[in-house]
Design a protein. Structure first.
Length: 100
């Protein structure tokens, strides 16, 4: 999913290949504090904005939806009111730091 979404966003091939090489199996944590719950609530609202017209979530293109969710401003706790980050730009910064 991540690699296909990165391709949809137009990341350079080097970034896509780096990300694929560094992927590890998913891990799930059962510890959940209020901050995590708030983040999950915002994520659910973001997804619901694509189904307001009654469309079923499973009918949406998963890679293009993932790309669209990366192309919007986000805020984190402690940011000033006019500050934001862009997920697709932050991912590119992280990928630039990975060893080749």
């Amino acid at each position: 999913m991540l690699v296909n979404s990165m391709m949809k966003l137009g990341y350079p091939n080097e970034f896509v290949e780096q990300a694929a090489r560094h992927l590890t199996p998913l891990e799930f944590d059962t510890q959940c504090d209020r901050s995590v719950q708030g983040t999950l609530r915002v994520a659910a609202q973001d997804l619901e904005s694509f189904t307001w017209d009654g469309r079923h979530i499973m009918t949406l293109g998963r890679y293009s939806l993932s790309a669209k969710l990366s192309l919007r401003p986000c805020r984190t706790k402690g940011m000033k009111e006019m500050e934001c980050l862009w997920p697709h730009k932050e991912m590119a910064k992280l990928l630039e730091q990975l060893p080749a």
